[in-house]
Design a binder for this molecule. Structure first.
Ligand SMILES: [Zn+2]
Length: 256
């Protein structure tokens, strides 16, 4: 095989879909090339030696051949298998969430080394952590910052005043917290308790080793999850709409 057309990269498997008779199409996240896609040939055959190295959220060293349409994985070797993520159903669920969230936020071919490092660290933390929800919230806040959607949690996104220690509001559309005055009756804004806001700020600004020591009750966890989910869904839907809009426009230009 032509050497020029081969490249070596580390990668974390974000997604795999069946392709052809026995192949899989992999969506990979790499430190130097961002998100890429490549075919792993024959890996659905039970005799395949490559199969185990290209499972979801495996961290592997790959040798890839550039193809005319799709690149092809020619060699694969596992660096981290993250066994606990496969053996414990709850950890598996969180690991799928981590790779899927990243997949949705990044375009193909855009390098973001800190994001690769974050994903790799998060898979390690999810393999060990007691409080998986806390790890997930930490990951969400860091991922959002790295892709340009860091929520503003320290001053009101409307009047810019510092947030007072009372119940305030969170507005996904405005990208952060609203003071109790600006948030009252604001469409789309939802109340956020002082405890929830404090935890989100802590997660946004402290190291994981500090954050993992937090002890959070069930009710507060629910509020944190609901707040982050509403924000994330808002961003993703807005992006999807802009994609749809562009596609509609393109169709009209072509047909018109
Ligand atoms: Zn305000």
């Amino acid at each position: 095989m032509d050497r020029e057309r081969l490249y070596r990269t580390e990668a974390i498997v974000l997604k795999r879909t069946d392709f052809g008779e026995a192949d899989r199409l992999l969506t990979l996240y790499t430190p130097g090339l961002g998100k890429i896609r490549a075919i792993a040939k024959g890996v659905r055959r039970p005799t395949s030696r490559k199969g185990g190295h290209v499972e979801p959220f495996t961290h592997s060293q790959l040798l890839i051949a550039k193809g005319r349409n799709l690149d092809i994985v020619t060699q694969a070797e596992t660096i981290h298998a993250f066994r606990p993520l496969r053996e414990d159903l709850l950890r598996t669920t969180y690991a799928y969430y981590a790779v899927e969230l990243l997949d949705r936020f990044v375009e193909e071919g855009v390098e973001n080394r800190p994001l690769f490092d974050l994903l790799l660290a998060t898979l390690t933390w999810l393999s060990e952590a007691d409080d998986l929800a806390l790890t997930a919230r930490f990951y969400e806040l860091r991922l959002l910052a790295l892709v340009g959607y860091r929520p503003q949690l320290f001053q009101c996104v409307s009047c810019r005043r510092p947030i007072e220690p009372v119940d305030n509001f969170f507005s996904p559309a405005e990208g952060g917290v609203l003071c109790s005055r600006c948030g009252q009756g604001r469409p789309g804004a939802q109340r956020i308790s002082l405890s929830a806001l404090k935890v989100l700020r802590f997660l946004q600004t402290r190291s994981y080793s500090s954050c993992r020591r937090l002890r959070i009750g069930q009710k507060l966890h629910q509020e944190l999850e609901a707040t982050m989910q509403r924000y994330i869904v808002h961003i993703l839907e807005r992006n999807l709409k802009s994609v749809e809009f562009l596609e509609t426009l393109r169709r009209e230009l072509v047909n018109g």
